[in-house]
Design a protein around this ligand. Structure first.
Ligand SMILES: NC(=O)c1ccc[n+]([C@@H]2O[C@H](COP(=O)([O-])OP(=O)(O)OC[C@H]3O[C@@H](n4cnc5c(N)ncnc54)[C@H](OP(=O)(O)O)[C@@H]3O)[C@@H](O)[C@H]2O)c1
Length: 282
């Protein structure tokens, strides 16, 4: 599978999300098994956040990686906008580290923009990085204007990645954002890469065109969706699954190369944007 380089660290281009995990004790075994299946299949990245289940997802991830060598996982967590201040961020990160059972995360993201001045948030993200509590910092749910504003700040261009919604039925970021990120060497992390079937009205899993492409590759629809998201360099997809077979299949999608003909067929059914669209968020 191709790799994505974030602040000098190379990670496989498909990782795992953790939203909605850790909330139900009856599902814990399945969820841990799914994370292990993904790691066994070659994944390294696990994306989580203090917001997910008010810490439950981080606790679940912590349990899942307890006996796994630290360098075998690349941990991403996120700070809530309400905690993204000089007064509160370090406490938030310390609590995340405790729940995850690690001394530092690999990437700490500002989850979405809130009321704290951006310069204060960036200064604190930078300070905590220098303090060794995260290897790098980044942002999430930033659109192109937010990134331009960020780049004006003294340490703004030290951001190591931006995480936004991106999947075949939500291609707005292709109009200008992806190009801007490429030009500024800012890796893109794609959330909801299979269309978050439980929460979005996407019905991608029933689409005939994707089914046709899936048949050509003897793959599942989900695998085609993931191969499509990572078809360009420096894009990391973080599908979430609580099912061990799905989780492993998702990682194996990194071995699928879509042909020009596949891409043309998918473009016809799901056209690229022809104008700037508002950033999709979940
Ligand atoms: N930064 C942000 O603001 C933000 C926002 C949203 C999400 N995220 C992150 O991105 C991650 C992924 O996004 P998401 O959870 O919204 O959506 P997603 O990964 O697009 O979709 C997750 C859903 O897809 C199903 N699924 C995944 N792989 C499958 C497969 N191979 N076969 C069948 N079903 C499959 C899962 O069900 P099963 O359990 O049955 O497999 C789950 O219900 C999140 O978990 C979170 O870490 C970040």
């Amino acid at each position: 599978m191709q790799t994505v380089t974030i602040a000098g660290q190379h990670v496989p281009a498909i990782g795992m999300g953790s939203w909605n995990m850790g909330d139900d004790p009856l599902k814990e075994n399945d969820e841990i098994n799914a994370i292990h299946a993904g790691l066994d299949a070659g994944a390294k990245v696990i994306d989580t956040a203090e917001m997910y289940g008010s810490g439950n997802a981080e606790t679940l991830v912590g349990k899942a990686i307890k006996n796994i060598a630290r360098d075998q996982v690349y941990l991403i967590s996120k700070v809530l906008p309400s905690n993204a201040s000089k007064a509160k961020m370090e406490q938030s990160l310390d609590a995340s580290l405790k729940r995850l059972g690690v001394d530092e995360v690999d990437l700490y993201l500002y989850h979405w923009r809130g009321g704290v001045p951006l310069s204060e948030t960036v200064d604190e993200l930078q300070r905590l990085t220098q303090a060794g509590k995260t290897k790098a910092w980044g942002i999430s749910n930033f659109d192109i204007d937010d990134l331009k504003e960020l780049w004006q700040l003294p340490n703004g261009s030290k951001a190591a990645a931006n995480e936004d919604l991106y999947n075949l039925s939500s291609r707005g970021v292709e109009y200008s954002l992806l190009g801007w990120q490429k030009a500024h060497d800012l890796p893109f992390i794609a959330y909801s890469p299979v269309g978050a079937p439980d929460s979005l009205d996407s019905h991608l899993d029933e689409d005939k065109t994707i089914q046709t492409v899936a048949k050509r590759h003897q793959a599942s629809i989900y695998q085609i969706l993931l191969a499509w998201v990572i078809r360009q360099p420096q894009i990391l997809a973080i599908p979430q699954s609580s099912n061990a077979k799905h989780a492993a299949d998702n990682i194996h999608a990194g071995d699928i190369s879509l042909t020009k003909d596949d891409l043309a067929l998918l473009d016809k059914a799901f056209p690229a944007p022809t104008k700037k669209l508002p950033l999709d968020v979940l």
